[in-house]
Design a protein around this ligand. Structure first.
Ligand code: 6DK
Ligand code: ZN
Length: 369
C-alpha cells in the first residue's frame, strides 16, 4: 500500500494573531498571551516527528497546490471569498466570521493552499498515484459554510475536494467520517440533502459550535438518513471511540458502500487537549484509522483520504498523528512515549452513559439504503 503524505511549510506560517481566543485586559488582571490556541506549531511539530522518526521514508510525498477561485466557489459564495480576499490585503488581516477565526495578511492564500491540498491528495488517490493519503493542512475546514467561516476555519477543505470530485469525475458515493472532537457542522449542512454523500460526525456533545451536532439531525429531503451524529459525553476514551467505530462507523460504511472515504481527521479528542474533555490516546486514533482503512478496502477500492482538522496539544498531537500515519503505512517506527502516562490515568473503559448514546446512533444505520 502506498500512503500519500502532504505538508507544506507555508501552513506553519499561518497567522491567527493573538487576541481573540483570550481577550486581554491587563489592568483587570487578564494577561495577554502571545499565541492563538490554534497555532499551526502543533501541526508543524507533527510534521517534524514524521521526519525525525523516519516514518517519512515509508510515505510518498504529494505536493500541495493552491485552490482556484472556481474551486473555492463550488462551496463558498463569491461575496464571501471576495470579503476574505479583501480583508487579507489589510495590514492586520481580518476574521472569517465569529471573531476567533482571525487571519493575518495574505492568510487567504495559505487557506487556499489548504483547500487545494485536500483536492491534490484526493486526486492522487483517485488517479492511483497513491492508494490512500494523509494531508496535514492548516487552517482547518470542517466548520466552513458557504458565506461564513467559524471555529478557526476560512474555507471548508474537504467539502471543496468533494465538490471538485463531483464536478470533474465520475465517482458515485462519497462518505465523510469526521472524528474531530467538534461537530462537523459545515459538511453536515453542505451535504444535508444529498443522499450520495454520507456524513458521520463523532464529537463531544455540545462542544462546538454551540448547540450543534444533535443525534436527531438526520439530513433533509432526499438526504434524510444520510447524516449520523454521535454526540459523545465528555470523558469518553479509547474503548468508547472503538465501540463507536465498530458499532456505528463500520456498519454505516458497509451499508452505504462508498466509492471514496474522506476523513475529517482532528486530533483534539486526545487526552491532553485544552479545547475538549475526551481521553483518546494514540492507540485510540490507530483503532479509528484501522476502521476506516478496513471499510475503504472492503467497499471503496481502498480509496481513503484523511485531511487534518483540529488538535491543540502541542505535546500529544504529534504522537497521535504519528500513530495514525504508522497505521496507514503499516509500519511502526516509534513507541508513544506518553502512552504509559495518559494510558494509565483511567477513563479508557466504555461507560454505560457513553454506550447508550452510541447504541442510539447505531440504530440509525438501518436507515441507510
Ligand atoms: N472556545 C476545530 O478544531 C475548531 O473543530 C474548534 C473551535 C473551537 C472554538 C471554541 C472554543 C473557547 C475555549 C476556551 C476558552 C475560550 C473559548 F475546525 C477545527 F479547527 F478543526 O473552544
Ligand atoms: Zn476540533
Amino acid at each position: 500500500m502506498r500512503t500519500g503524505y502532504l505538508w507544506d511549510p507555508v501552513f506553519g506560517w499561518f497567522d491567527h494573531g493573538s487576541g481573540p481566543m483570550f481577550p486581554a485586559d491587563p489592568l483587570a488582571g487578564v494577561q495577554p498571551i502571545a499565541s492563538h490556541i490554534s497555532s499551526p506549531d502543533t501541526k508543524r511539530r507533527l510534521h517534524e516527528l514524521v521526519e525525525v522518526s523516519g516514518l517519512v521514508e515509508h510515505l510518498h510525498r504529494v505536493p500541495s497546490r493552491t485552490a482556484s477561485d472556481e474551486e473555492l466557489t463550488r462551496v463558498h459564495g463569491e461575496a464571501y471569498v471576495s470579503r476574505i480576499r479583501a480583508e487579507s490585503e489589510q495590514p492586520k488581516g481580518g476574521d472569517a466570521g465569529d471573531g476567533i477565526s482571525s487571519f493575518g495578511r495574505h492568510g487567504d492564500r495559505i487557506a487556499a493552499v489548504a483547500a487545494g491540498s485536500a483536492i491534490a491528495m484526493t486526486e492522487a488517490v483517485l488517479d492511483g498515484v497513491v492508494d490512500q493519503g494523509f494531508a496535514l493542512v492548516h487552517p482547518s475546514g470542517h466548520h466552513g459554510l458557504p458565506d461564513h467561516g467559524q471555529g478557526f476555519v476560512l474555507f471548508n477543505n474537504i467539502a471543496i475536494a468533494v465538490r471538485h470530485v463531483r464536478a470533474t469525475r465520475d465517482v458515485g458515493r462519497i462518505a465523510i467520517v469526521d472524528w474531530d472532537v467538534h461537530h462537523g457542522n459545515g459538511n453536515q449542512d453542505l451535504f444535508a440533502d444529498d443522499p450520495t454523500v454520507l456524513t458521520i460526525s463523532i464529537h463531544q456533545d455540545n462542544c462546538f459550535p454551540p448547540g450543534s451536532g444533535s443525534i436527531d439531525d438526520r439530513g433533509t429531503g432526499p438526504g434524510t438518513g444520510y447524516n449520523i451524529n454521535v454526540p459523545l459525553p465528555p470523558g469518553t476514551g479509547d474503548d468508547g471511540y472503538r465501540y463507536a467505530a465498530d458499532s456505528v462507523v463500520a456498519p454505516a460504511l458497509a451499508a452505504f458502500s462508498p466509492d471514496l472515504i474522506m476523513v475529517a481527521c482532528g486530533f483534539d479528542a486526545n487526552a491532553m487537549d485544552p479545547l475538549a474533555r475526551q481521553l483518546v490516546t494514540s492507540e485510540g486514533f490507530a483503532a479509528l484509522t484501522r476502521t476506516v482503512m478496513d471499510a475503504a478496502r472492503d467497499t471503496a477500492h481502498g480509496r481513503l483520504v484523511l485531511v487534518v482538522e483540529g488538535g491543540y496539544s502541542p505535546i500529544y498531537v504529534p504522537f497521535c498523528g504519528l500513530a495514525t500515519l504508522e497505521t496507514l503505512a503499516g509500519t511502526h517506527v516509534l513507541d508513544d512515549p506518553l502512552l504509559p502516562i495518559v494510558g494509565s490515568m483511567g477513563g479508557r473503559r466504555l461507560e454505560p452513559h457513553q454506550k447508550d448514546v452510541i447504541d442510539r446512533a447505531a440504530n440509525l444505520v438501518a436507515d441507510i439504503a
